[in-house]
Write a protein that binds this ligand. Structure first.
Ligand code: SAM
Length: 330
């Protein structure tokens, strides 16, 4: 992948988005979604845009020949543009999942899915789609049915325009994943969960992880909702705060997971990925119970090194490969 191609692709998105931002009086992030939609449809779709700007945008799209870039270049350039937009005004809970985490999650998905030729995957907090699309890109050898849901309509718009540019088929819904989800059971859930309290206590009361007093954690509710939508024997791979099993509501989550799943493991992500210790996260892996399956002999508990530390990462992956081999062959 050539860096100058990513730069070229980014420049097309960036310069055209700035024009749209000015003329449509929207945010840069909204303009990125609009310009991506224009590129995909090969037309300027915003009625507010004057004829002169329209011609200029079409020239920029043509000269940049955006869709000739390969998928990885397009995904990286789109990601850079979204990151630039997010710097302006996005709350930390809505940040896109970085590729490094997406690639590690893809490794876990491959271990869980094994030789299956096709599978259904859901991300109930899909955001910009970066995590789901990173995973999807690692499985071009398989037939994947992807489904994403997010409560933020702009992020869903960025996700569907990203999927269009990459020519991936993804079923996307804009809505609250803690409300009833009309999604058929899936083989795997991957999600970088939003952390915080869910304000609707009436809805939360329908969940087993509901807090005895006050608001329930949204990430606990989303884990329960995900397990509900997993097929028996399906896997959930969740990015959660390191303290997930240490809070005052943790016993409720723990009891729920013990009742309905086999906890496979917890992999602490490297501290270098986070701004502070409090913001650090882990990857929780669970398997929904099914007759004939058993809990692992020992759960996988690892601390990942800096992902750029090749030898240390190789050694951890070797240990993890071994763990999966033993557990799958039991
Ligand atoms: N993986 C995503 C990506 O690569 O862009 C980022 C996910 S971000 C850490 C968490 C997401 O959860 C945000 O996009 C936020 O809008 C979404 N979210 C928060 N509460 C939600 C809810 N009740 N239902 C659905 N999505 C929700």
């Amino acid at each position: 992948m050539k860096l100058d191609n990513i730069e070229k692709a980014f420049r097309v998105l960036d310069e055209t988005a700035q024009e749209i931002e000015k003329e449509c009086k929207c945010t840069y992030l909204e303009a990125i979604a609009e310009t991506a939609e224009n590129i995909f449809h090969d037309q300027v779709l915003q009625p507010e845009i004057s004829e002169t700007t329209k011609r200029r945008l079409l020239n920029q799209y043509d000269a940049g020949n955006f869709l000739q870039f390969n998928k990885e270049t397009i995904r990286k350039a789109y990601q850079l543009a979204i990151l630039k937009g997010m710097k302006q005004n996005t709350q930390p809970n809505h940040q896109m999942t970085p590729d490094t985490i997406g690639l590690f999650v893809s490794y876990l998905v491959r271990k869980c899915i094994g030789d299956e030729k096709s599978f259904r995957i859901l991300d109930p907090a899909v955001g910009t789609g970066n995590l789901l699309l990173t995973v999807q890109q690692q499985f071009e050898d398989k037939d994947i049915h992807s489904i994403g849901v997010d409560v933020d309509d702009l992020l869903v718009k960025l996700a569907y325009n990203g999927a269009n540019l990459l020519e991936y088929s993804v079923e996307l819904y804009n809505g609250d994943s803690i409300r009833p989800l009309f999604v058929d059971p899936v083989d795997i859930v991957v999600s970088d969960l939003p952390v915080g309290y869910y304000p609707d206590d009436v809805r939360a009361a329908e969940f087993e992880v509901k807090a005895d007093e006050g608001h329930t954690y949204a990430h606990h509710l989303l884990i329960e909702q995900s397990v509900t939508h997993l097929k028996e024997g399906g896997y959930g791979i969740f990015i959660v705060p390191n303290s997930v099993f240490e809070t005052e509501q943790a016993p409720l989550l723990n009891a729920y997971l013990k009742e309905h799943t086999y906890i496979q493991g917890l992999a602490a992500l490297p501290m270098s990925l986070f701004k502070s210790e409090g913001a650090a996260k882990s990857v929780l892996i669970v398997q929904k119970k099914k007759e004939g399956l058993h809990a692992p002999k020992n759960a996988l508990l690892v601390q990942l090194p800096k992902l750029s530390d090749g030898p240390a990462m190789q050694s951890i992956l070797k240990q993890m490969d071994q763990w999966f081999r033993e557990e799958k062959n039991k």
